[in-house]
Design a protein around this ligand. Sequence first.
Ligand code: ADP
Length: 446
Amino acid sequence: MFEKILIASRGEVALRIHRACHEMGIQTVAVHSTADAKAMHVRLADEAVCIGPPAAADSYLNIPAIISAADITNTDAIHPGYGFLSENAGFVDIVAEHGITFIGPSADHIRLMGDKIAAKAAVDSLGIPVVPGSDGAVTSESQARKVANDVGYPVLIKASAGGGGRGMKLAKSDGDLAEAMSMARAEAGSSFGDDTVYIEKYLEHPRHIEVQVMADSQGNVIHLGERDCSLQRRNQKILEEARSPALNADQGSEIGEIVSKAIAKLGYLGAGTVEFLYEDGEFYFIEMNTRLQVEHPITEMITGVDIVREQIRIADGTPMGYTQNDVKFHGHAIECRINAEHPVTFAPSPGKITDYHQPGGLGVRVESALYSGYEVPPHYDSLISKLVVHGGTRNECLMRLRRALEEYVIGGIDTTLDLHRRLVEDPEFVDGTYDIHWLESFASRA
Ligand code: ADP
């Protein structure tokens, strides 16, 4: 087993990985920007190396600095967390060239899933259902028109290199098509340096449902059930549930098994998430994330599987501690993403935490790197805490979540705690009948 792991990330996920390492008797190396010198991940790690100035491009994305930090600390393996370099295939190649193990899938699988057209074709051939649309890239307006007429309006023009919802434009009718296509291409070109686009039928009221899978180098593949991440604002997830209130256990297991089989055929290694839109009883693949997901704790709460620990074991070549038969689902879990943002306007709110008290008690887990006196820097993602609650049933989970939200104090800055407090009282949320557009209208009613 590895003796020392460098954690190429910051914030709550760096702590999450540190904890898994220490429980396994593995030493940790933190890397940090100058803005994060007093961050909790730096304080807890066995060693810490400053890798650059505040801007992420010069620190957490600075590959030479991270590799040097790994070299001087004699690191065996690097865990990339999520975001930053976690889905950068070039980084994975460089890590391997330095004789260090990357804790994640192969560079080839990261590359494949990063190219949306290739990813869609690959999963389609492996038996995963996809959104109807163009067969690969669309290069001319006449070709676009033909596809749109075949699948029926509305359609989405999407960037093959897309991410974060950019390079995606809606055409409601034939009259919108030319403009949507040129706007999508222009945005894709400027954001990703690649203006390849493709077309998909636009689903009007889907839910976002994703399947967590893990595969080891002995050929054992398991799924850990689904998560429902339909509560989103601007394509950013706000609150996630496991399992999905829209599916019964059989439906969840059915899609889980389809995904497991496909992943096995692909020869994938490590943890991954296959994301779907779900509408009128049908699943439609949208993308595969080849990394640890922000919302992984809700899956851990209902299965008892420590996903980060399994990632480390798999990267080390050790068999996973579970087969599919060992995976049992217990109760319901919900995660609230708490951001340093105003709860109504969503304006960023970095600054000093003057008061901090986190909730506890049975079934309550807080994933956060905050402490009283800590200064939330303005340079990074606004996620500052994840409140994760487990209950025997969805109803018990909701009662516990309301109680935990009452207890949580984060003073000194604006946070989205109040948004969650309103959300958990809303009858439509409690009903569980929401789709991916519902939260935007809920948030604007404040
Ligand atoms: P990105 O990688 O840019 O986040 P995704 O393909 O994952 O792009 O899609 C992001 C979001 O856009 C989805 O969660 C969903 O809300 C919406 N979306 C994507 N494809 C469709 C579609 N065919 N119909 C309706 N909404 C879609």
